[in-house]
Design a binder for this molecule. Structure first.
Ligand code: PEP
Length: 252
C-alpha cells in the first residue's frame, strides 16, 4: 500500500518572519490531526535550517529545492547533498521544469543529481512533464518516457526507481491556474507506472507518483481519488497555511 506524499514547494518566496509564521500556522492546522499522507515543505535553501528548528516535534519533513552534484571543494555558491542531510533534509527536488528551462539543466546533469541524492540516502523527487507545445503535438508520452529513460540510460536499471518520488508536472499547468484534469493526469501516471514496470515491476508498484501543476484546495480531492496519483507537488497554494492544510486533509 502506497502512502501518498504532499510537498509544498515555496520556490523563491519568503523571509525570516514569513518562514516562522507559515510553519507555525501549518503546524496549528496539522499537528493535532492524523493525516494519512507524508507532509513535506521545501522552503528556500537559505531558510532550511530555520525551518528545521521550527519543525522540531512535528511530523512535517523538509525538502530542498535543488542541490549540486559535488560533495566538497571549490564550487562557489553551491550546496551539497551532505550539507542538506546534515541539517535534517530528507527529500530533494530535481529536474523541476523551472530549473530545466531557466537554468538550462539537462538530462545528464539531472541524472548526476539523482544519483548524488540517492548515494547519500536521501530521496530524490524527480520532476518530469511535457510543455504545452509537446502536448499539442501529441508527444506527452514520448517526452515523459524519454525523461525517465535518460536517467535509466546513465544510471542503469537495477534499483534506481526504489526510494524515489516521481512528480509528473505538465509544464503548461505549473503556475498557470490550469491544472490537468484528473483523467488526463491519471492516464499519464498510469503510463509512467507501466513504463517503470518494464524495468522493475516491484518498484513500479511501490513508487510514489505525485501530480504537480496548479493543485489547489478545490481540485485536490478528485486528483487524489485517481488510483495512480499518490499526492501532489504544490507551488503557489503551499504558501497559504489554510489552503495547504486543506489539500493535505483531502488526501486519502
Ligand atoms: C511547482 O512549482 O512544482 C508547481 C506545481 O507550482 P504550482 O502549484 O504553483 O502550479
Amino acid at each position: 500500500m502506497r502512502k501518498s506524499i504532499i510537498i509544498g514547494n515555496w520556490k523563491l518566496n519568503g523571509n525570516q518572519n514569513m518562514v516562522n509564521e507559515l510553519i507555525l500556522k501549518i503546524r496549528q492546522e496539522l499537528d493535532q490531526i492524523i493525516v494519512s499522507c507524508t507532509v513535506v515543505i521545501a522552503p528556500p535553501m537559505v531558510y532550511l535550517e530555520r525551518a528545521a528548528h521550527a519543525l522540531v516535534g512535528s511530523n512535517i519533513l523538509l525538502a530542498a529545492q535543488n542541490v549540486d552534484i559535488n560533495t566538497i571543494g571549490a564550487f562557489t555558491g553551491e550546496t551539497s547533498v551532505q550539507m542538506l542531510k546534515d541539517i535534517g533534509v530528507k527529500y530533494i527536488i530535481i529536474g523541476h521544469s523551472e530549473r530545466r528551462t531557466l537554468h538550462k539543466e539537462n538530462d545528464i546533469l539531472i541524472a548526476k543529481k539523482f544519483i548524488a541524492v540517492k548515494e547519500m540516502g536521501l530521496i530524490p523527487i524527480l520532476c518530469i512533464g511535457e510543455t504545452e507545445a509537446q502536448r499539442k503535438s501529441g508527444s506527452t508520452y514520448i517526452v515523459c518516457a524519454h525523461q525517465l529513460d535518460s536517467i535509466l540510460k546513465i544510471l542503469g536499471t537495477s534499483d534506481i526507481f526504489t526510494d524515489v518520488v516521481i512528480a509528473y508536472e505538465p509544464v503548461w499547468a505549473i503556475g498557470t491556474g490550469k491544472s490537468a484534469t484528473p483523467k488526463q493526469a491519471q492516464d499519464i501516471h498510469k503510463f509512467i507506472r507501466n513504463h517503470i514496470a518494464q524495468y522493475n515491476i516491484k518498484a513500479a508498484q511501490e513508487i510514489l507518483i505525485q501530480y504537480g501543476g496548479s493543485v489547489n484546495s478545490i481540485n485536490a480531492a478528485e486528483l487524489f481519488m485517481q488510483p495512480d496519483i499518490d499526492g501532489a507537488l504544490v507551488g503557489n497554494a503551499s504558501l497559504k497555511a489554510d489552503t495547504f492544510a486543506l489539500i493535505v486533509k483531502s488526501c486519502k
